[in-house]
Design a protein around this ligand. Sequence first.
Ligand code: SF4
Ligand code: SF4
Length: 292
Amino acid sequence: MIRNILKKGISAKSSRDILSSKVETIRNLLGDTSVIPPNYRGSVAFTKPIPQMITDDIASALTDVCATRALSVETTAGDAGIALDRSKCILCGRCKEIAPDLIAIGNWFSPSVKRRQEMIVTSSVQGQLTEKSVEETGIELKIRLRRTLGRSLAVREVDAGSCNGCEVEITALNNPYYDIERFGIHFVASPRHADVLLVTGPASSNMEIALQRTYKATPEPKIVIAIGACACSGGLFGDTYATTGGVDKVVPVDVYVPGCPPRPQALLSGLLLAVDKLPSKSESRISEEMKK
Ligand code: SF4
Ligand code: SF4
């Protein structure tokens, strides 16, 4: 928004007016996805069908350069190919330096998924080129919440050993730009008041018991969203003596949001996917209670 103000040469008084006007703030930043810088790293995709174009040399160079083992050799009908696990990708860009004709890094974000297996890409996938704006996603979320819950969604954030990069993006959801409370999403101070747990970090061993207790303390329907490469797969931290290798090794995960870190728009789309699970989870809770 500041850039828009500077570009348009708006006077200081008008700038103050815009900054104090919620409507203008939202329109400038959130209705226009072109404000995302073109060189922002949001997602990695193959540009050519796999395994076409892949030689053994390129395959081994790519797997060697990828620090998180997001890239692995995939053999189909005797041909060497490459598989990309988006849950592990930290968007470092080193693979593109090795094979610029084969790998594209776009500023669109990788879509959230309900099963981790869905993040493994072995064919030509161009990524989510047409993203919904924050405004469109938020309004859709608000409508679905009204239908499924009939009230606001309560979210509790749990840091299970992250570098705090994901927290910065989650915090941004509450700033005046994104202001997600207007869509009926509230962050709460206790898991006992939450419908959804947003979990970041690789689930460090030190946080394992705390995360399990948090999960137990959350009332049904408890939806868990793994935020970022660390929470989805262990990310850069992997599976070591100090980490568990992903949140789903500790508690059941309903939605995975890839990225390092995922930007607020990606977080909102993950919440939208999670809301889909609310009716089925609520129904199962009612049937459990009826059995008692
Ligand atoms: S951008 Fe992702 S896939 Fe490519 S080298 Fe980095 S972590 Fe690996
Ligand atoms: S996914 Fe990236 S930004 Fe998020 S906690 Fe892990 S290293 Fe930090």
